[in-house]
Write a protein that binds this ligand. Sequence first.
Ligand SMILES: [Zn+2]
Length: 240
Amino acid sequence: MNDPGLLPQATSVLAVCAHPDDESFGLGALLDAFHRAGAATAVLCFTAGEDSTLGGLGSAELRTTRQQELAAAARELAVGTVILRDHADGHLDDVPIDALARDVRSVGADVGADVLLVFDEGGITGHPDHCRATAAARRAGAEAGVPVLAWALPDRVARTLEDELGVPFVGRPDEDLAAAVVVDRTAQMRAIACHCTQVTGNPVVDRRLALQGDREHVRWLGPDRPDGGSRAGAATAARP
Ligand SMILES: [Zn+2]
């Protein structure tokens, strides 16, 4: 791992997510860090998360409620643009990857994104929708020449969560991680609290955040820079 503690440089970051809450539970601290470093931030979310088993609501009600939760969380994270699509929750694999990638490219161009921010390959939890959203961003990044930065879990965090809670997580060995960014989780915690239907009775997020502490690990998923350098080398100090 190189450049510990440093946030990759960006002027406009587009987070590409599968469900409302991914931008907060997963990417919230990084989105806040980019905002505080001076970057504009945006979120493209492919589904309304209407298939969640949490929250005790039917899918129609969940669709509306989770849309509102996403909007409130985005305000806490100072996300400037939020775009929510209505692909079927749990079925992103049924949507052609070209169509999803085209959407990422279009929104990315609209917001002038110079970094796409995603869940790591493997979707952190292995959720197929997470993997699909990341694949779409990788396709779009490769086509548009925009680097894709993945939020990743160190293996030790993933293994501990699996051992303690019996839920699957996909981690990475230290040598695969580009940086351990120092973050302040204050805004992320406020954003997480906005997702009322998803936080009640959900101990996994709290435990994961405790294990992660004040660090978020990231890795680059491409494309390679034109000069042939590795994306990991692009990590630079956060601006004041
Ligand atoms: Zn999700």
